[in-house]
Design a protein around this ligand. Sequence first.
Ligand code: GUN
Ligand code: ZN
Length: 445
Amino acid sequence: MSESVHMKAYRACLLYFLPDAEPNQAAVFEDDGLLVVGPNEQGLQVVQAVGSYQALQARFAQVPVTHWPGRIIAPGFVDMHSHYPQTNVIGSPADGLLPWLEHYTFPEEKRFADPEYCAKAASFFIAELLRNGVTTALTFATSQPCSVTALFEQAQAQRLRLITGLCLMDRHAPADLLNQKMPHASVDATEQSLLDSEALIQRWHGVDRLGYAITPRFAPTSSDAQLRGAGELAAQYPDVWIQSHVAENQAEIAWARALFPASRSYLATYADFGLLRERAIYAHCIYLNAEDRTLMSASGAAAAVCPTSNLFLGSGFFDYAAADEAGFAYGLGNDVGGGTSFSPFHTMLAAYTVGREGQSKTGLSLSPQHLWWQHTAGAAQALGLEGVVGNLQPGCEADFVVLNPQATPLLARRKALANSLDELLFALIVLGDDRVVEHCHIATS
Ligand code: GUN
Ligand code: ZN
């Protein structure tokens, strides 16, 4: 076949997910598999075929094969929530979210007024995601437009699939970190933040593998006018994402309730301003009630579960059983720098711990394939990117990781005793980190 000159094939163990199966039973593992990639009509490298080597070998006999014996090819990880300007504050202890923001996070974010500082931080952040096997990320920038531009430019250069946006924050934060008014301009800072957001949507949304997210930081740091404007932008650009935080911490919730007493709940505040819809991603979603969960599923909004952050800041435990009962979408995020690691393995392990906690809610023993799904196919689905990333189905962009299940002596020892797929995946989740990620392949164009 003539297209075969542009194709490449990779032979190794394969891990991927059946698109319509229950997350607990969705994983497929090929002991000796073949992944064939090649350009789609737009010239972007996508999966052309996936399956057992025996079954596919003859059909792709002309395609050059790279063989990785003993390695596992798996979908690149999809991370639903992080903050690129917070790389330097990982591991900063505080008495919970609000003091942590005040003492560590806001002072660091102020430094992103300098475009050079932004570019260096963005370059490091993206390289660190890729080194850990993350190939798609939804992340916060800061309230300075140059922080957004720098991140898009670096993602474009390193080919990460990235969604970000200008952090909307026009009150209740240090004055020099609030959205700024232009000197001599007739519009105020709130209006300017919305104009800047729209200009960034027009410049970046849909360019290469980049997407824009309208980004009110959280309700307490936005005025009614800013939230209203953000909701109007979200209606005007329905395929643009929305990202924010909700129901993470008790003090935060009390503050949000006091500022927006007319709303039924903290989550309902966002609904009241038109900010709950498909492609709206809310980090944390810990303290939701039944009505809130129904609102999540009815609106098509999704939760970014951030377990290392929730454990580190002592925020609480995401209720998986209640989320499944309500039927809203969710996936995992590292939430760096409240979160403690760039590694999807660490995040999946923390998600297990959070799910297992049974004192404050129903404790579930989430299966390792469910945890893995939450950081790949499930996260892609929650972002509205099912069939685009997060899996190795034909048509998915060719983002994949090559994992070495013998990367450390302990992992090799434990892996040798694994008697099932779930045991193998659990060994990787519990004992794995960046040392396991031997190679991170990004779709070329
Ligand atoms: N809520 C508002 N801002 C933040 C932030 O930067 N990190 C976390 N974890 N929660 C937030
Ligand atoms: Zn966050």
